[in-house]
Design a protein around this ligand. Sequence first.
Ligand code: G3I
Length: 368
Amino acid sequence: MKRKRCLLILSFLFIISCVGSLKNDSDTLAGEEESIKKYAQAKGIYVGTAVRYTPLFHPAETNYKKLLTKEFNIIVAEDDMKFENLQTSENNFFFNYADRITAFAKSNGMKVRGHTLLWHNQSGFAANITDPTQASNVLSNHIFTVMRRYSNVVEYWDVVNEAIGSDTNLIGYPNSLRKSFWWTNLGEAYVEYAFQLARAAVPNAKLFYNEYGNEGVSRYKFRETINLVSNLKAKGLIDGLGLQMHLSTDRNYPFDDNFFLALEEYAKLGVEIHITELDIAIRLTNTNGIALTPEELEIEYEKQAQMYALTFATCLSNTNVKAILMWGFTDKYSWIPQYRINYGDALIFDKNYNKKKAYKAILEILKK
Ligand code: G3I
C-alpha cells in the first residue's frame, strides 16, 4: 500500500508539473503548422471528436470541416450511427449519412469509432419489441449488417453503451446490469450476446464497452465496470473500454477520486482504453440564476483549461490510453445546453470556431 501511495504521489506530481508549467513553448514540430493532431501523432495517441453530419457537409459551415481535418485524427458519429438512425424500421436501413461520414474519415486518413450497436436510448422501433425471438433476430441482423458494411473503415465499435444500472444495491455481473428492454427481452446475458454477435460479425474489429460515471475509484460504476469487462475478457469477447468523461468545472471529479488510479486498474484488465466523450461543461449562471459576468466566465474558462490539461496529462501517463475523443469540438454544436439546463461552453473552440484556453492548454500538454 505504501508503494502504491508513493507511486500515486509521484505520478500526480509528474502530472501537475506538466499542467503547472503551461507556458508558451517556442519549439514546435519543425516546419509544421501547430495542431493537436500533429503533436498527438508524435505521442502515438489518437485525438478526435464526435461529429455531426449537417455541419460537416453544409456548404456554409466551411470552418467545421476545416478544423476537423486540421486538428484531429479520429472521429465518431455523435448520433448518425446509432440504432434509430441506421435501422429506421425493422430490416430497413438508412446508410447515406454514415456512408458520407466514414468516407470523409477514410479520405482524410482518420480512424473511426462506431457508436453504438446496443444502447437503451435512441434505439428506435427496437424499444417497442416485446417478443424475445424478434429482439434477438433484430439485434443480430443490426450488428451483422452494420459492422460488415463498415468493416473496412470502422476499427473500434462501442458494442454496448451504458449497460450498468443505477441500483447500487445490485453488485456483481450480471446483477448490476440495467434492466432495459434489451434485458427484458434477452435476459441477463444480453450484453454478452451482443459481444458474441459482434465478434462473429467482424472478428478483427476492436470491441468496446462504453460507460460514464466510472472514472473515479470510489464510484459504484467503477467496480461494476471491472466486473463486466473482466467477465467479457475471460471469454475473449472484449478488446477495449470507453470512459465517456462528461465533466464540469463546478466539480473536481474524477481528479478528486483517483482518476489516475482508475486508469491503472482498468489497464490491468488487459484492454485498450479510450476516452470517448470528453467535455467539461461550465455552469453559466450563479446560484441566484443570474448569468455569469465576463470576469466570472474567464475564471471558469481557466478552470476548464486546467481540467482539460489534467485529463490529457493523466491519460498520457498511462500507455494503455490509445485515444482521447471529445464530444464535439465547438460550443456551437454540443448536446449540453439541451440536456443540462444552465450549463454549456464545454468544448475547446467557441461558437465562432475560435480557440479557447482549453485548446491551448491541451496543445501545451501534447508538446511536452
Ligand atoms: O434528428 C432529430 C431531428 O430530425 C428532429 O427535428 C429533432 C427534434 O428535436 O431531434 C433530432 O434528434 C435529436 C438527436 O440528438 C440528433 O440531433 C434528439 O432529439 C436528441 O435527443 C438527440 O440527443 C443526443 C443524445 O445523446 C440522446 O440521448 C445528443 O445529440 C448526443 O450528443 C447524446 O450523446 C450521448 C451518447 O450517445 C452516449 N453518452 C451520453 C451522450 C450525451 O447524452
